[in-house]
Design a protein around this ligand. Structure first.
Ligand SMILES: NC(=O)c1ccc[n+]([C@@H]2O[C@H](COP(=O)([O-])OP(=O)(O)OC[C@H]3O[C@@H](n4cnc5c(N)ncnc54)[C@H](O)[C@@H]3O)[C@@H](O)[C@H]2O)c1
Ligand SMILES: O=C(O)[C@H](O)COP(=O)(O)O
Length: 529
């Protein structure tokens, strides 16, 4: 497989991919046009915050399976476009948390004690001892906006240095905050009025963009702002002005709305604003962690294994994956057969789980069944975007579960249909690994879901199966296996043939001419050679 890396990552990640036999190309600082050209034919793209992965990129990358983000923030990746194009996006949410938290603490102290400014004066030969009177963090209040992984680690470190912590995060529990000795407040205003130091740790979203503007900064009078999360959350001109006007004592900024930040940014003009060029994750340990973790996600995608940090694929609990893995292919195939047997439009898909499988985390299995149903759309649909494709097409998806599975350990049934008709295909795994279709529309069968199949509905009378066999034989179609299921003796029967070859339209026509044959369907499964 081909992997393109467009922002520098640690060599450990590159080596892991190469050791697994993949070809890795490193191309940094590409222009938009160069990136569109470079992604063609690539199976995985690895980025950090320096590459904008736009809809155009996804559309140009026809072979792309996964975008790995060697870090946390994915605001530079169009997730909707990824999903629309069936591409997994996975980040590395753990590997640089400590580095980001430590940088935030460092920026807090650097700002409170004017370390960069004092350093600059002294290196210029100026012993300006009397000009720097800092602020102690001890006994001050830290306001944390966004109390996820990084926010929590910052709180942990700064409480141990004597700070009280108040938290604004509408999506966490009071209990979570109190585990870190922090008080969860109801509103951003409450956080701003309580804080001496405000530190931001939310992602950049529609909700958080410009969340801290002139009015919010005014409420922090006499305080400090630290932003090591994302540019765009704090209004940059307003921050520069608030510090310049003495409303704030200082600010520390690691991230900018546009990166690299323009030399004309107002933030670079104010002495009490200290800046770093997005260094939060830039430690050796963090870079090694995120590079390896991202390479592992890419390898998982290549191997069709669970991509545990996927942000846009159905969630899979890693520990339960071995239990569902064999059913992923079975559900896909059952969906593929059901849709080929159905005459009309698919308006509803029901995936039913019976027996042991009903106790598992089956989101991914359902997504795979949908992928099978959408097989006629070929490469446009995969397990990543199948649920969305169903939603966009107004197809109702129902999941049901029951413990009872007749004599089987587990059964997965995919029923595709509309208000007038439906077809259900039920499969199981013999010996836990050998896929079998055991029921089609209620008829008991035993078919290996593979390659070429013929499904016939016929009257249950002597000679019909022989007739079908001879028509197939005359057309040089070899029968590898067959099973006949019937409701009652002499009633309607359904027979399934596993074949070595395709069946032409003429053969189907010939079979249909016999009045004992109600209907025949040739099924081609993409798991065949
Ligand atoms: N400077 C760097 O190099 C660097 C390094 C690592 C992470 N980061 C950035 O730090 C940020 C946080 O990372 P994380 O790993 O802690 O993410 P996280 O997802 O673990 O935590 C984010 C928190 O923000 C909260 N949140 C979301 N919307 C909010 C809102 N409107 N108001 C208040 N809270 C809100 C969420 O509930 C969540 O608890 C991300 O933007 C990430 O990209 C920057
Ligand atoms: O979101 C992140 O992980 C950090 O902002 C780090 O970004 P970087 O990988 O571009 O340094």
């Amino acid at each position: 497989m081909k992997v393109l890396v467009t922002d520098p990552i640690a060599s450990a990640g590159i080596e892991l991919l190469e050791d697994n036999g993949h070809e890795v190309e490193k191309s940094y600082a590409l222009s938009d046009e160069e990136l569109l050209e470079a992604v063609s034919g690539v199976h995985a793209l690895i980025v950090r915050s320096g590459t904008e992965v736009t809809r155009e990129v996804f559309e140009a990358a026809e072979d792309l399976l996964i975008v790995g983000r060697a870090g946390i923030g994915v605001d530079n990746i169009d997730l909707d476009a990824a999903t629309d194009n069936g591409v997994i996006v996975a980040n590395a949410p753990e590997g640089n948390v400590r580095a980001a938290a430590e940088h935030t603490v460092a920026m807090t102290f650097a700002s409170a004690r004017s370390i960069p400014q004092a350093h600059a004066r002294l290196s210029g030969g100026d012993w300006a001892k009397g000009e720097f009177l800092g602020t102690e963090v001890n006994d001050k209040t830290l306001g944390v906006v966004g109390f996820g992984r990084v926010g929590q680690q910052v709180a942990k470190r700064l409480t141990s240095l004597g700070m009280d912590v108040v938290v604004f995060d509408p999506y966490i529990s009071e209990e979570r905050a109190s585990q870190f000795g922090a008080d969860l407040v109801e509103s951003l205003d409450d956080c701003l009025t309580a804080a001496d130091f405000l530190t931001i740790h939310t992602p950049l979203t529609d909700e958080t963009e410009n969340m801290i503007g002139e009015a919010e900064l005014a409420q922090l009078e006499g305080g400090y702002v630290v932003n090591c999360a994302r540019g765009g959350i704090v209004d940059e001109p307003a921050l520069a002005e608030a510090v310049e006007d003495g409303i704030l004592k200082g600010a520390a900024v690691d991230v900018f709305a546009d990166e690299p930040v323009s030399p004309d940014s107002p933030l670079l003009d104010v002495d009490e604003v200290i800046v770093t060029p997005h260094l939060g994750a830039s430690t050796e340990a963090a870079q090694e962690n995120v590079a390896v973790s991202t390479a592992e996600q890419v390898l998982a995608a290549f191997e069709n294994e669970p991509v545990t940090n996927a942000l846009n694929a159905p969630s899979i609990d890693e520990s339960s994956y071995p239990a569902i893995e064999p059913y992923v292919g079975l559900a896909d195939t059952a969906g593929e057969i059901a849709v080929q047997l159905l005459d009309g439009r698919v308006e509803q898909v029901e995936v039913s789980y019976a027996g042991d499988i009903a106790d598992e985390d089956i989101d991914f299995v359902t997504a795979s069944a949908l992928k099978g149903v959408f097989e006629p759309l070929e490469w446009q649909v995969n397990a990543v975007n199948a649920p969305r494709v169903a939603d966009q097409r107004g197809i109702e998806v129902i999941e049901t579960k029951t413990r009872r599975a007749e004599d089987f350990q587990s059964l997965v049934t995919v029923t595709a249909g509309n208000n007038e008709e439906s077809v259900s295909v039920c499969g199981t795994l013999f010996a836990g690994e050998d896929p079998r279709i055991v029921r089609i529309d209620g008829y008991r069968v035993d078919a290996v879901p593979h390659g070429h199949m013929l499904v016939a509905r016929n009257t249950d009378e002597p000679g019909v199966i022989g007739f079908i066999g001879s028509v197939l034989g005359e057309a040089d179609v070899n029968i590898a296996g067959m099973f006949n299921g019937r409701e009652t003796i002499g009633g309607e029967a359904l027979s399934v043939y596993n074949l070595d070859d395709t069946v032409s339209g003429e053969v189907l026509e010939r079979l249909g001419e016999d009045e004992r044959i109600i209907e025949t369907r040739y099924i081609s499964l993409d798991n065949g050679e």
